[in-house]
Design a protein. Structure first.
Length: 117
């Protein structure tokens, strides 16, 4: 029984291939000059945007730092960039209480007399 199922699947694949090749072998439908001009106008915008998207993706792959810089410029123009948030290394600002003693609640160590041990 399984031999017949396999044979049926192979026959369906062969029939699909023949039907596809006959579809590709047909002569294309003739377009009027108006239809042709309309398709050309539609394709310009689509092709241009697809090419730009592909080049941008390629640029991100080749030079990721440039892609980050472009994103930062876009954020700056949109007003999402906050200077106070990005001070110093690690994103920790100096004026926000995140000094060396910030992990202990903002208290700085003090030296007291008699506390030598």
């Amino acid at each position: 029984m399984s031999d017949w199922i396999g044979l049926a699947i192979i026959a369906l694949v062969v029939a699909g291939a023949v039907a596809g090749l006959s579809y590709l072998g047909r002569e294309p439908r003739r377009l009027s000059s108006e239809e042709y001009e309309e398709r050309v106008q539609e394709a310009r915008g689509t092709t241009r945007s697809a090419a730009a998207a592909g080049l941008q993706a390629l640029q991100k792959f080749v030079n990721p730092k440039a892609a980050e810089a472009i994103q930062a410029i876009k954020d700056l123009k949109a007003g999402h960039y906050d200077d106070q948030q990005k001070q110093g290394e690690g994103g920790v600002g100096e004026g926000d209480g995140a000094g060396p003693g910030a992990a202990r609640g903002g208290q700085q160590p003090t030296l007291k007399e008699g506390d030598d041990a």
